[in-house]
Design a protein around this ligand. Structure first.
Ligand SMILES: [Zn+2]
Length: 203
């Protein structure tokens, strides 16, 4: 899935901003009506999709590319299923989510049930933690690239939506995590390699 991206040192970046960057802690602003169909916004959306696929992740919020606008893209591609143990796929209620793009999304919780599962963020690279999330949500907004104006999501897809919309409000998953579960995802490999390990930020 990885495709080459040109390194960019000004936003929109082709990499993920990392925790500590102020852009991840501010409230992103609405895209005004007259900019929604502009080349500028279409280019940002296209770039967000390219970055999502280059990093093979499941969601990107514009602030993660250094752009403080309310835009999210999500995709849980069909091929991911074979990479994930079936028991985990089932337990975490994962499902294929076609490419979904929302401008100015609003998220509504439509059930009281919460599930707690390990979650990571490309802006807290190399770590994961258990995060409680609601099981069912409704997202409304301006859909792009075939996305309807309203979508009901459950399970893992609902988790992705809550994670990405949080980014638009300056909230990162570590704000909601069970702190005692915060984990460096490669801790075992680091031991096995005698500490000679790096976290890559460009793929
Ligand atoms: Zn994130």
């Amino acid at each position: 899935m990885s495709r080459e991206l040109t390194a960019r040192t000004t936003p929109p970046y082709n990499h993920f901003t990392q925790i500590g960057d102020p852009v991840l802690r501010q409230r992103a602003v609405e895209v005004e009506d007259d900019r929604i169909d502009s080349n500028e916004i279409n280019d940002i959306v296209e770039q967000m999709v390219n970055v999502l696929r280059h990093y093979d992740c499941v969601g990107v919020a514009a602030p993660q590319l250094g752009v403080p606008l309310r835009i999210i893209v999500m995709e849980f591609r069909e091929g991911k299923r074979e990479l994930i143990p079936p028991a985990i796929y089932e337990q975490r209620k994962m499902a294929t989510l076609p490419l979904t793009v929302f401008i100015n999304p609003k998220l509504e919780i439509i059930g009281d049930v919460k599930h707690t599962h390990p979650e990571g963020c490309m802006s807290v690279r190399g770590f994961s933690a258990h995060v409680p999330r609601y099981d069912r949500v409704r997202v409304t907004g301006i859909g792009k690239l075939g996305t309807p104006a309203q979508l009901e999501l459950e399970g893992w897809s609902a988790r992705i939506a809550q994670h990405e919309v949080d980014h638009l409000n300056g909230i990162v998953c570590i704000d909601r995590m069970d702190v005692s579960t915060f984990t460096c995802v490669t801790w075992e490999q680091i031991n096995a390699a005698g500490g000679r390990a790096v976290i890559p930020f460009d793929k």
